[in-house]
Design a protein around this ligand. Structure first.
Ligand code: GAF
Length: 388
């Protein structure tokens, strides 16, 4: 077993519960491009990264669910695993929601114990919640011997987020945590769930995240509102055109034709999604051709759309992207994830990473008086048992 965090979690588990756990790791993710497209049946281009959640899990032979958030020093207990419902303990809901999803699929969940902690920064748009959900989904699947496909585990984790965390998220984050592959990004078609891996050449560019350190409280409610606005757009389009199942099927011409019926806000939300889907395809072609400047152009386009049309950016993220544009050796930069705070993702020439960090940090500190946290990430395998 590798990390000292895993050793600490294992020791915590043994001390609390007195037996040997299974150790599981579940990574957070980056998304190179394709934001807010997943719940619109579109394309995304994520990768699992080396910021991970670590779990110690075991069946305890009782009816109890016993959970410990190692970092927070908090403990939660439920008397009967057959009677799961949402709790007031925020972090426990991500785990309870997963167990509830197994039950909904007819898999009785016996009493189990779980201690977890990790290095995925919370609220940074790196999907710490999806990593928590996916790690437990993987562990329960192992113990229950249900042999569910990985895609079904992703759905279990996604629906846990819907029902126990109240965010109507798409499937990207959970997919990336489970399907990540060392050194590769993966393009997922969120309608068919077909996916394809592409190598990411770290000799040509590094993935550097700049954490704004802010998380505006609007994030969850505005996320759900965006989803409703897109659904409204689809229902208008469906009254005029056949074969529209989601915004994935719509064109800009169709949107233009029903613009007055959509209204300004819904039109702009839909236009962003249609254009972002096209950007993912173009960006993938650039990646295959080794055209990082072309890829970066699509990233800047993505950010502009998220800022002006989808309206999920914020002042801090906009300043970080502008600062990146002016910094040395940057191919592209944009906000990443749901928005309203969290990180920007930046593709930077390997020999310019230090200069880039110094330059953007200076701008950020001068403008907001905030110290910028940055992460140079590497792309890793998805959820799995930790090596002994
Ligand atoms: C969040 C959601 F969880 C994802 O499903 C996705 O919609 C993303 O925001 C925006 O692209 O991370």
């Amino acid at each position: 077993m590798s990390s000292s965090l895993a050793q600490a979690i294992q020791a915590d588990f043994q001390q609390r519960f007195g037996y040997e756990p299974l150790l599981v790791r579940a990574p957070g993710r980056v998304n190179l491009i394709g934001e807010h497209t997943d719940y619109n049946g579109g394309f995304v281009l994520p990768a699992a990264v080396d910021k991970e959640m670590t779990f110690a899990v075991g069946l305890n032979g009782t009816e109890k669910i016993r959970l410990a958030a190692h970092d927070l020093g908090e403990y939660f207990e439920l008397a009967n695993a057959a009677e799961i419902s949402p709790s007031d303990t925020h972090w426990a809901n991500y785990l309870l929601g997963v167990a509830a999803q197994f039950q909904l699929r007819g898999h009785a969940v016996p009493g189990f114990d779980c201690v977890f902690a990790g290095t995925v920064p919370m609220g940074a748009g790196m999907s710490s919640s999806a990593a928590v959900e996916c790690g437990l989904a993987f562990a329960l699947n192992h113990f229950l011997k249900t042999s569910l496909e990985k895609m079904e585990l992703a759905r279990i984790a996604q629906f846990a987020e819907h029902t126990y965390a109240g965010v109507q998220c798409g499937i990207m984050d959970q997919f990336a945590s489970l399907f990540g592959r060392d050194g590769q990004v993966v393009r997922l078609d969120c309608r068919s769930l077909d996916y394809e891996y592409f190598p990411f050449d770290t000799q040509a560019a590094r993935i550097v995240l700049c954490n704004s350190g802010v998380k505006h409280s609007l994030a969850s409610s505005e996320y759900n509102t965006r989803r409703q606005e897109c659904e409204r757009g689809v229902s208008v389009l469906q009254q005029h055109y056949e074969g529209i199942g989601s915004l994935r099927d719509a064109t800009m011409e169709q949107l233009e034709a029903v613009r007055s019926e959509l209204g300004g806000t819904v039109y702009r939300r839909c236009a962003y999604v249609v254009q972002e889907n096209a950007r993912v395809i173009t960006a993938c072609n650039c990646l295959i051709a080794g055209d990082l400047a072309g890829f970066g152009k699509e990233m800047y386009g993505s950010h502009a759309g998220l800022r002006d049309d989808y309206e999920v950016s914020c002042a801090e993220l906009d300043v970080l992207v502008e600062a990146a544009k002016a910094a040395p050796g940057v191919f592209g930069s944009r906000m990443m994830g749901g928005g309203f705070g969290g990180c920007t993702i930046n593709l930077v020439a390997p020999d310019k990473v230090d200069d880039f960090i110094a330059s953007v940090s200076k701008v950020y500190e001068e403008k907001f008086g905030l110290k910028l946290e940055t992460y140079q990430t590497t792309i890793v395998d998805g959820v799995g048992v930790m090596a002994e």
